[in-house]
Design a protein around this ligand. Structure first.
Ligand code: ATP
Length: 216
């Protein structure tokens, strides 16, 4: 059987139950072999005090240690500069071959911003897109995506066929958790219990992460 792999990129600064629940729901709804969490590199001058690449990766690894089918993929951290998604997909294809089914997971907001991405029209040559929808989404679909949607959308995620090239949608349980909020709670010295796995919480405490005052 051809392997089917979901891809969830993000800064994961830190990873939390919103990310994990999304990855798990997609794994189960589509019966995927893997969902890879791919921490992104980011410019060093980001305005918020954050964890470094090694720490963000370590937290992802801790969070998924006991979760079947979820994997950390460090390829974007192996470069200094932020990677374009198209390059990440090319690198995955080079490693995994042309047959594997790759499914890029995108929130609705990210999907609507697609026309601004580097070589966005090549993305569908390399992967399917699964757009994760939430009831509270507000961004409007840009004109540039309407034809693409009409041509490429399949009836349900289960109908995604072949290695790449189609688009589907899935409703997601909205968990109102963000890494920004977790960092703010840490800075304020407040509890982050139940927002993220306790293994990640211990890592944050042990490394004194997210305590520094914000500076720009
Ligand atoms: P920040 O608050 O630092 O912007 P974040 O919590 O939004 O971070 P990211 O690392 O930017 O997390 O997100 C990675 C991916 O996970 C994105 O596709 C994003 O849409 C998705 N995601 C983030 N938070 C949630 C959530 N609570 N539920 C479901 N998906 C989420």
């Amino acid at each position: 059987m051809t392997q089917r792999i979901g891809l969830l990129g993000g800064t994961f600064d830190p990873i939390h139950h919103g990310h994990l629940r999304a990855a798990l729901e997609v794994r189960d709804a589509l019966g995927l072999d893997q969902v890879r969490l791919i921490p992104s590199a980011r410019p060093p001058h980001r305005a918020v005090p954050g964890a470094n690449a090694e720490q963000r990766l370590a937290m992802v690894q801790l969070a998924i240690a006991d979760v079947a089918g979820l994997f950390a993929d460090a390829r974007e951290l192996e470069r200094d500069a932020p990677s374009y998604t198209v390059d990440t997909l090319l690198s995955l294809r080079a490693e995994l071959g042309g047959e594997v089914q790759l499914i890029l997971l995108l929130g609705w907001d990210a999907f609507c911003g697609l026309p601004t991405w580097h070589r966005w029209q090549s993305l569908l040559e390399l992967a399917h897109l699964l757009v994760l929808q939430r009831p509270d989404q507000s961004v409007e679909l840009p004109e540039a995506l309407k034809d693409l949607l009409a041509a490429r959308t399949v009836s349900s995620p289960a109908a995604l066929a072949g290695p790449a090239g189609q688009i589907s949608f899935m409703q997601q349980t909205p968990l109102a958790i963000s890494a920004t909020h977790i960092r703010a709670l840490c800075q304020a010295g407040q509890s982050i219990d139940f927002l993220l796995p306790s293994s990640v919480q211990h890592y944050i405490a042990a490394h004194g992460l997210y305590r520094a005052a914000a500076h720009s």
